[in-house]
Each structure stands twice: as structure tokens, then as C-alpha cells.
Design a protein around this ligand. Structure first.
Ligand SMILES: Cc1cc2nc3c(=O)[nH]c(=O)nc-3n(C[C@H](O)[C@H](O)[C@H](O)COP(=O)(O)O)c2cc1C
Length: 338
């Protein structure tokens, strides 16, 4: 029998598939089905900084602190009624989820700046969450804001959340940073125990008939996995921080590749929306088949075997890959032409 167990943020996980933050976990019945299907943990949907600031007196504090841009931003952000759940409902759901299943339940906070809203992290801790995933989705649209300032703001946010709780905190990162490796090392320094690679960007679509810009959400495809694999492979072993892969994990092969790159676990959202929660069980069965066929005893044995650190030739991870990829393509084209 293959041992699937793994570790993430100091938590022992029964396997490598965690349900990523998605509305599917808003139902207790679904959370039970996730556990039955073999999910090793569940990340709840996010509570948003903007929502928490609106909902609590933290808004007053934020405004008096002089964060005018934040105050202005509230004008075009969704109204309170547009958010899926209130903070009270969230905490109650978290407690119920903890009572309903044995697997770890991670709460998700979603924000970009420090402020009074961070106190909610403590309430999450008190409600019994096993860890906090901090989604730091932000778009740099202000031409006066430099990349250094953006990174410092992120580090300040992560540090504040880490200091507010004893729970392990992971950071769901965007891949659009100039130096991901340096940033991850500094995230570790300010207290993060894990990074989740990577946030998906949800660019709005343009309707040329109505001249409107509309939010769109498309489910992922496995092709989105490649940048995540690449960065997990580069980051593995470079910092003492756990790596999780989210984005394009659909099949057993996707999970295996992610672990081989160096991830501690993988997360699924789109695949479960497309194929149903029981898809987790099928992926685990496919993985078991593959690992047995290749005579592994445990999944952990495979961890990091395709990381940059384990490769005698690191060129596939660096500029060498770029050159080889472009050169091999033109060679193939030339051969085909003859
Ligand atoms: C319908 C839907 C809702 C989501 N809501 C959240 C959310 O509230 N917070 C968050 O951090 N990620 C959210 N995500 C992103 C997922 O957690 C995940 O990181 C992303 O979809 C990439 O994984 P996938 O390829 O398995 O879908 C959502 C994704 C979907 C499809």
C-alpha cells in the first residue's frame, strides 16, 4: 500500500490533494464529501479585506490612518451585500466544518494592505482554523508605485498577519514579481511558513457591443500548471518554506509532477467544479497505480526529484531552457520543410 502522507505548514496531511479556496466548500455536505473522496485538507473561500473593513470599525481606523486611496477605492468596490458571507457566518461555518471532519480546515484571508481588518485573523484562530492562507492578490496600476514599494507592502502585510496569530500562515502569491526567489526568502524571514504558487489573474473581458468591461471566470486547464511547476522546482530547497501548487492541477500526472518539482501538496478547484468532488478519489487511484508500477513505497520518495536542486544540468530552469526551446523549434520546422 502506497503511503501518500505529506507535510504542509507543520500539519500532517493524509495525501497530496487539498481543496483550494472555492465556493464548493461553502456547504458542509461538500466538505464531508471532500474528506470521503480523499482530500487531505480544505481551504475555505476568502474573506476580503475590503469586506472586513466595511463590516467593522476597522474602516474608521483605516480612514483616520490616512489611507485615502483605500477610502476612494471603496466607492467602486462591491457593496457589502455583494460578498458571499459575513464574517460571523464565516466563523460559524469554520467551526462547523472543524466539527464535521477530521482533516485540517484552512481559512483564507484576501487582502493587499495592512490595517484593522487583520484583527480578523485572530478570530479565525480562535474559531479553530488549522492555518491561514493569505491571498495577496493585487494589481499594480499606480504609475507612482514602484516594485520595491509593492514588495515592501506585501512583506509588511504578511508580517502583521503572522504576528497577529500563532497559526501557520501561507501566502498565495502572484507570479508577477521581478524576483520570486528573493521574495519567497523574505516572506520566510517575516514569518510565512508556506507559499502557494500561484494566484490566477482574472482579467475582465470587453463587450464591444455594450462597451462594457465584464468580470469573467474561466476554469483552468492543465497547461496553466507549467509556470507553477517551474517555480516549485526552482524554489525547492532554497528556503525553509513549504510549497503548494495551485493552478492547472487536474490529473494524477499533474499532482505527481508538482510533488516531483518540490511541492508539499497540490490544490484543486477547477477540476472539482468540472468533474465533481469525487474526482479526487479517481486521481488518487491513478496515482497509486503509477507509483506501484514504478515500485515506489511512498509519495514522499518522489518529492523534489525533478527540482532544480536535483538536476545535474540546471539549464532547463534557466536561460538555457529559453535558448534550447527556441532553437529546437526552429530545427523541427526546418526538418519538416524537407
Ligand atoms: C469559482 C472559484 C472561486 C474561487 N474563489 C477563491 C477565493 O475566494 N479565494 C482564493 O484565494 N481563491 C479562489 N479561487 C481560486 C482557486 O482557489 C485556485 O487557486 C485557482 O482556481 C487555481 O486552481 P485550479 O486550477 O485548480 O482552479 C477560486 C476559484 C474558482 C474557480
Amino acid at each position: 500500500m502506497i503511503d501518500f502522507s505529506t507535510h504542509y505548514l507543520g500539519l500532517k496531511l493524509s495525501g497530496p490533494i487539498v481543496v483550494s479556496s472555492t465556493p464548493l466548500s461553502e456547504s458542509l455536505d461538500n466538505i464531508r464529501r471532500m474528506e470521503d473522496a480523499g482530500a487531505a485538507a480544505v481551504v475555505l473561500t476568502s474573506l476580503f479585506e475590503e469586506q472586513l473593513a466595511l463590516e467593522s470599525r476597522a474602516l474608521d481606523e483605516d480612514l483616520s490612518r490616512g489611507t485615502e486611496s483605500f477610502a476612494e477605492s471603496l466607492d467602486y468596490l462591491p457593496a457589502q451585500s455583494d460578498y458571499r458571507v459575513t464574517q460571523d457566518v464565516y466563523l460559524e461555518h469554520l467551526q462547523r466544518a472543524k466539527d464535521a471532519v477530521e482533516i485540517p480546515i484552512l481559512a483564507s484571508l484576501n487582502g493587499a494592505t495592512t490595517g484593522g481588518w487583520i484583527r480578523f485573523a485572530k478570530q479565525i484562530e480562535d474559531a479553530g482554523a488549522d492555518a491561514i492562507e493569505l491571498n495577496t492578490y493585487a494589481l499594480a496600476t499606480d504609475k507612482r508605485q514602484t516594485s520595491v514599494a509593492i514588495e515592501l507592502q506585501l512583506l509588511e502585510l504578511v508580517e502583521s498577519v503572522c504576528q497577529a496569530v500563532k497559526l501557520p500562515v501561507s501566502v498565495k502569491l502572484s507570479q508577477s514579481f521581478t524576483s520570486v526567489a528573493s521574495l519567497v526568502a523574505r516572506l520566510e524571514e517575516v514569518g510565512a511558513k508556506g507559499v502557494v504558487l500561484f494566484n490566477r489573474f482574472y482579467q475582465p473581458d470587453f463587450d464591444i457591443e455594450t462597451l462594457e468591461v465584464r468580470p469573467t471566470l474561466h476554469f483552468s486547464t492543465p497547461s496553466e500548471l507549467l509556470p507553477r511547476l517551474h517555480w516549485a522546482a526552482i524554489l525547492y530547497g532554497h528556503a525553509d518554506i513549504d510549497l503548494a501548487v495551485t493552478g492547472g492541477v487536474h490529473t494524477a500526472e499533474d499532482v505527481l509532477k508538482s510533488i516531483m518539482a518540490g511541492a508539499s501538496m497540490t490544490m484543486m478547484a477547477s477540476a472539482l467544479h468540472i468533474h465533481g468532488i469525487e474526482h479526487i478519489g479517481r486521481v488518487l487511484a491513478d496515482m497509486r497505480y503509477w507509483l506501484e508500477k514504478h515500485e515506489y513505497q511512498s509519495l514522499w520518495e518522489t518529492r523534489g526529484c525533478l527540482s532544480r536542486r536535483s538536476m545535474p544540468d540546471v539549464s532547463p530552469f534557466d536561460r538555457g531552457n529559453y535558448i534550447k526551446t527556441l532553437s529546437s523549434y526552429s530545427l523541427r520546422q526546418t526538418v519538416a520543410a524537407f
